[in-house]
Design a protein around this ligand. Structure first.
Ligand code: ADE
Length: 470
């Protein structure tokens, strides 16, 4: 299981939040200790003898304002207990209609944190000076005004919690994600087969899974087009871009999977090339027809990327120079194109790794990545280990941008088929999640190249190049 997620809410109405987040899935997750939700009463921190936490605004105007001091002291108390546990300064989210609008991708970003602090306003708001002092994110739940920040905080906590590893059970998380690929969910039906003269669509009773899948996609598309034309435009662009990249499927699988898994920001897409940014890692991926167009496309990047994955060698020196990258690694991309899962010996013990294994993994993993990266991969629940009795013998993981990698078998456990078993396990896992499994191997790593072949992965003819600052 991943790390526990802790929410602290600074509010004048703690009972509202506590009662609202005590039932159903969130209540269960709290009981299981996967998340913690603590509401702190701002009023407990006022120095006013009448317990007052608000006052009139300077300059006049309607209503009362929450004062800076009680909010600040309440925050300091929360901050102190987080620091006592040796954790980093938390993000502090002020829920306000004046913030950016909360979306699924913000929920995903928040879910990566270990601690989140929510500040709920009331009346006409909060004294600006304390906001300047403590707030890191201003977030709204939509363009309408509520009486206080408690409901918005609860909305966000619910959306973030369900992304935390272990909060949803298998059945619950098997539900496909609504917004991931810019499509709304298809309609669903349960018993009885006929209700008030309305019949369940025949195709759903047919048992033909291929047909059912096609029907559901059609319904999703139609529904999105009617109800969310804005999303539908994005969806069409995604599909067109995917089709373009499929012209060389093996070479572009990293870019295709980034799009399919809902992690790509399309920065450029025309017939001369595609430029994507990975929303998770911030890495850029580029494929182009020629150098001149490539240089023009790259000028769309307005920041200094840390990682650039170039799909044409002729672009490498230009990219490296422009962004000050001094390390280039040539890789072969491998893709598992089959639909069937691979057989794995059931007696082998393969398990998700957690924090306790971090040091051992770091001690054995030298290639390209640092300690912070390994810790973050483990925290994200994407690293698995193979065990002999209770001793770790090797591990594998998913990289930030989605490829299978980080495979390492400890020296004394080699030549027992453990590497192959771990990779087969990860391939099966990705197939189950509806992904196309792929990986990238440094061009001269012959042992790994052989392993890929033995697992029925196909290599792309054209190489890809990882350009990084070292
Ligand atoms: N407080 C009042 N209205 C709000 C909204 N729409 N989003 C976040 N916080 C709020």
């Amino acid at each position: 299981m991943g790390t526990k997620m802790n929410f602290d809410i600074l509010t004048l109405f703690p009972e509202m939040v506590e009662n609202g987040l005590n039932t159903s899935i969130i209540g269960r997750a709290k009981e299981q200790g996967i998340i913690s939700i603590k509401a702190h009463n701002i009023r407990d921190y006022t120095k006013d003898k009448h317990k007052k936490a608000d006052d009139y605004p300077y300059g006049g105007g309607a209503g009362m304002l929450m004062q800076a001091q009680p909010v600040y002291d309440c925050f300091l108390s929360v901050k102190e207990s987080i620091e006592k546990e040796g954790k980093k300064l938390p993000r502090v989210i002020y829920v306000t209609p004046q913030g950016k609008t909360f979306t699924q991708s913000i929920a995903e970003e928040f879910a990566k944190e270990e601690n989140l602090v929510f500040l709920c306003g009331h009346y006409e708001g909060i004294d600006e000076r304390v906001l300047e002092e403590i707030v890191t994110d201003y977030v709204s739940i939509g363009d309408y005004v509520l009486t206080g920040g408690e409901l918005p905080a609860m909305v966000m906590i619910d959306a973030v919690s369900r992304l935390v590893d272990g909060v949803l059970n298998n059945e619950e998380s098997a539900q496909t994600e609504s917004f991931h690929n810019c499509l709304l969910e298809y309609p669903q039906y349960s018993r009885p087969e006929e209700w008030r003269g309305k019949k369940v669509p025949d195709v759903l009773l047919s048992g033909n899974h291929k047909k059912i899948k096609e029907w559901r996609l059609e319904q999703s598309e139609q529904r999105t087009k009617e109800r969310r034309p804005d999303l539908y435009i994005k969806y069409k662009k995604l599909k067109k871009c995917e089709k373009y990249l499929l012209n060389n499927k093996l070479h572009h699988m990293d870019m295709i999977e980034l799009l399919r898994r809902g992690n790509a920001e399309i920065l450029y897409f025309e017939k001369d090339g595609v430029l994507l940014k990975d929303k998770n890692s911030g890495a850029y991926m580029l494929t182009v027809t020629d150098r001149e167009n490539g240089e023009r496309i790259i000028s769309y990047i307005k920041e200094q990327p840390e990682v650039f994955i170039s799909h044409q060698e002729f672009m490498n020196d230009f990219i490296s120079q422009k962004f000050g990258m001094n390390n280039e690694t040539e890789c072969v991309q491998w893709v598992y194109t089959r639909k069937e899962t691979l057989p794995i010996n059931k007696d082998l013990k393969i398990q998700k790794l957690d924090k306790e294994h971090a040091d051992e993994v770091i001690a054995h993993y030298y290639t390209l990545c640092d300690e912070t990266y390994v810790n973050e991969r483990i925290k994200n629940g994407v690293m698995y280990g193979i065990f002999e009795e209770d001793t770790l013998a090797g591990f594998i993981g998913m990289h930030n941008e989605g490829s299978i990698g980080m495979l390492e078998i400890f020296e004394e456990y080699r030549n027992r088929g453990y590497g192959k078993a771990l990779e087969a396990f990860y391939i099966n896992l990705h197939l189950k999640q509806g992904f196309t499994p792929y990986g990238q191997v440094i061009s001269d790593n012959n042992i790994s190249l052989k392993l890929q072949e033995s697992l029925y992965l196909y290599p792309a003819k054209e190489k890809i190049y990882w350009l990084v600052k070292k």
